[in-house]
Design a protein around this ligand. Structure first.
Ligand code: 5AD
Ligand code: SF4
Length: 454
């Protein structure tokens, strides 16, 4: 009998609990979820892809626009039902919504047992322990130091080829519309040695593309007693790991895009010839109201220098339409700037007023919803035409494509990206993910290039 009891004890103490993570929002959140998975693995939680099997469900949330929060609230109400069947399951709300709404969430969303802000993930096992004892647990303290630098992220949803490495956290730019400085706190950079080490390990494990992440990578700075290590130096060091490792980065703030970075991009073959450079608006009064700290002339100068030094560069952007006070003239200036740059790709949004921001406090969200919609449609229509035009211009050219996976639409085709970050689909012919294949472009849609391996 004793024998059986002790066996049972061993089984119970080695049994891992099941954790399900659902992520909303930006690349930074997806990267954070990989860190959360690592912290929870140390606390003996293993990941499941089925939330119905989970002992713990974490929702990693985004506050950037109101509809991002609404999606999460809707999801929480769905999850409330599984608590009826499985009362033991604990639900944690993590990330920007946790930071923004704090304990208020416990009153508004019955499903939540635990809330944790973006700088408190190391505290998750303790918070969970409290939640398991029946308490509502919260930690929303923002840190000036936390960069999760010594953790080995678990790449649980990865294609095995491309990986994010977060190199800095927080933002202090205070664009007047943006909630991020309030939810992610002060800007801080991560120790470069740990970044380079992580990238080298990923390369050894078969990864072929690293995306260095931060809210504003151009202001990356690491200081020790003697030296100052900047972003161009960091990216150069990561690129030296191997010429077979592609390096990308996001996001760059136009005000900090230095000639030094453009030089490094132009002169380092494995730093991809692509930049994501959010413009937000093409109109000077709106850029000023947004507190973007550059004007149209400055932005166009950065584009000119980029194109001059890297003639085949791919350029993408973010645009917000319908910001406070935006007139038809302002909107037309945005359309004109889009044409002047000739973006290859854009993320386009309607302005969403966020409590706590400068725009919320002191400006008037005065562009009617119908006008915001019309302007957004016009911007999306123009971008589609620009993307198609840019893709058509690629027909006949050949690109080195890093293969990522089998194409979603056809198992006889592979899908990858060229340096410019365009998706390229081509017949498989024995190539495998992780390979670099030279592909000649023979056709396109506005979203994809089609070609043949040469
Ligand atoms: N409303 C709409 N879009 C926003 N963004 C940030 N804040 C808002 C907001 N309040 C957009 C910006 C940013 C991208 C990540 O989200 O374009 O670059
Ligand atoms: Fe928000 Fe501006 Fe910081 Fe980007 S740079 S996260 S838009 S405040």
């Amino acid at each position: 009998m004793l024998y059986f009891i002790s066996l049972h004890f061993i089984k119970a103490s080695t049994l891992k609990k099941q954790l399900y993570i659902e992520t909303y929002g930006c690349q930074m959140n997806f990267s954070d979820s990989e860190i959360i998975a690592a912290i929870m693995a140390d606390a003996r939680y293993e990941l499941t892809t089925d939330y119905r099997q989970a002992d713990v469900i974490f929702i990693n949330t985004c506050s950037i626009r109101e509809n991002a929060e609404q999606r999460v609230r809707k999801r929480l109400r769905e999850l409330q039902h599984i608590k009826v069947k499985n009362p033991g399951v604990k639900i944690g709300l993590l990330g920007c919504m946790a930071e923004r709404l704090q304990e208020q969430l416990f009153h508004e969303e019955e499903a939540i047992d635990l809330i944790a802000g973006p700088d408190t993930y190391r505290d998750l096992p303790r918070l969970l322990h409290l939640a398991e004892s029946g308490q509502k647990a919260a930690n929303i303290i923002l840190s000036e130091e936390e960069t999760y630098s010594n953790l080995e992220a678990i790449r649980y949803d990865s294609n095995g080829i491309s990986a994010y490495i977060s190199i800095m956290r927080g933002c202090e730019n205070f664009c007047s519309y943006c909630v991020v400085p309030y939810t992610r706190g002060k800007e801080r950079s991560r120790d470069p040695e740990t970044i380079i080490e992580e990238a080298a390990t990923l390369f050894d494990n078969g990864y072929r593309e690293i995306i260095l992440l931060g809210q504003n990578v151009n202001s990356y700075q690491w200081k020790n007693d003697q030296d100052l290590f900047t972003f161009p130096e960091l990216i150069t060091a990561v690129a030296t790991i191997s010429t077979k490792l592609r390096i990308r980065f996001a996001t760059s703030h136009p005000k900090d895009l230095s000639d030094a970075l453009i030089d490094v991009m132009a002169n380092t073959p494995n730093i991809c010839n692509h930049i994501h450079l959010p413009v937000q608006s093409g109109s000077d009064p709106i850029l000023k109201a947004m507190n973007r700290k550059y004007d149209r002339r400055w932005y166009m100068n950065r584009i000119e220098v980029l194109k001059k030094n890297i003639p085949d560069i791919g350029i993408s952007t973010d645009i917000i339409t319908g910001f406070c006070g935006e007139t038809d003239d302002d909107h037309n200036n945005t359309l004109q700037l889009m044409k002047d740059v000739g973006y290859d790709f854009a993320f386009m949004f309607k302005y969403s007023s966020r409590p706590g921001t400068k725009a919320f406090r002191s400006m008037n969200d005065d562009v009617p919803e119908t006008v915001k919609k019309e302007r957004l449609n016009e911007i999306i229509g123009l971008q589609q035409a620009l993307s198609l035009q840019s893709n058509r211009a690629d027909i006949g050219k050949s690109y080195s494509v890093l293969v990522e996976s089998v194409s979603k639409k056809s198992t006889s085709h592979l899908s990858g990206r060229n340096e410019q970050n365009k998706v390229v689909v081509f017949p498989k012919r024995g190539y495998i993910p992780g390979a670099y294949v030279t592909v000649k472009i023979t056709g396109c849609t506005s979203a994809t290039l089609l070609g043949e391996a040469v």
